[in-house]
Design a protein around this ligand. Structure first.
Ligand code: 1DX
Length: 183
């Protein structure tokens, strides 16, 4: 994944737990990189090692860390140079999720090693929808829950998420049932 992801993990850990914790995590993950370059690709394995080490050092599950990270990512990217990209993608949750594949296509034009996930909205009604998430990667589903919570904060809505289909159980995509109302 692009270094922006690892850099965001670093910044989240440093913000919330301090730099000492981060240094322990880096060491445990056997991470040789000192400063991540946002626009350079790094092996996915490195990101997974960082999350696993963070879980051990901070005493949280990997799912908890990935969920917290997903939520952090929405605000982080909006502040770290991608605010316009985020603003362009919609003023409501539904609009934003329907435009996410286009957002990734745009990023992918500049960064061809991006492996974008795909999101599709179905069963749309006034206050609910089903969200289908597909990815070339495995194990990132807890992050998607956090991303949705981050979007809930961004769009000032109360959002309830439950997973109704899982790739782990042989389905071809993860599906979330989302219910929301204005705050
Ligand atoms: F609900 O499943 C809200 O490296 C959402 O594979 C979901 O393959 C917002 F310059 C610049 C760059 C860089 C900008 F190249 C990424 F470095 C992307 C900014 C998306 C904002 C996807 C990150 C692929 C890296 C799913 C989890 C991964 C998507 C991560 C969240 C808005 C982003 O993001 C999976 C990669 C950006 C950039 C956004 C993602 C890769 C998302 C969301 N993805 C890199």
């Amino acid at each position: 994944m692009y270094g922006l992801v690892n850099k965001a993990i670093r910044d989240m850990v440093c913000d919330r737990f301090g730099e000492d914790s981060w240094n322990q995590i880096k060491q445990k993950a056997e991470c040789q990189v000192d400063t991540f370059l946002s626009m350079e690709p790094y092996p996915d394995d490195l990101t997974h090692r960082l999350v696993k080490a963070a879980s051990e050092i901070l005493g949280l599950s990997t799912a908890e860390i990935m969920q917290a990270f997903g939520q952090y990512w929405v605000e982080y990217t909006a502040q770290e140079g991608y605010g316009e990209l985020m603003d362009m993608s919609g003023d409501t949750l539904t609009e934003f999720l329907q435009n996410l594949d286009d957002l990734h296509a745009r990023v992918g034009m500049y960064f061809p090693q991006l492996k974008p996930p795909s999101f599709a909205c179905t069963d749309l009604s006034e206050n609910s929808m089903n969200l289908h998430y597909r990815s070339t990667r495995k194990g990132l589903t807890p992050m998607v829950v956090g991303l949705l919570k981050g979007l809930g904060i961004r769009f000032k809505i109360i959002i309830k998420i439950s997973q109704i289909q899982s790739r782990e159980n042989g389905a071809d995509s993860d599906v979330f049932s989302i219910k929301y109302k204005s705050n």
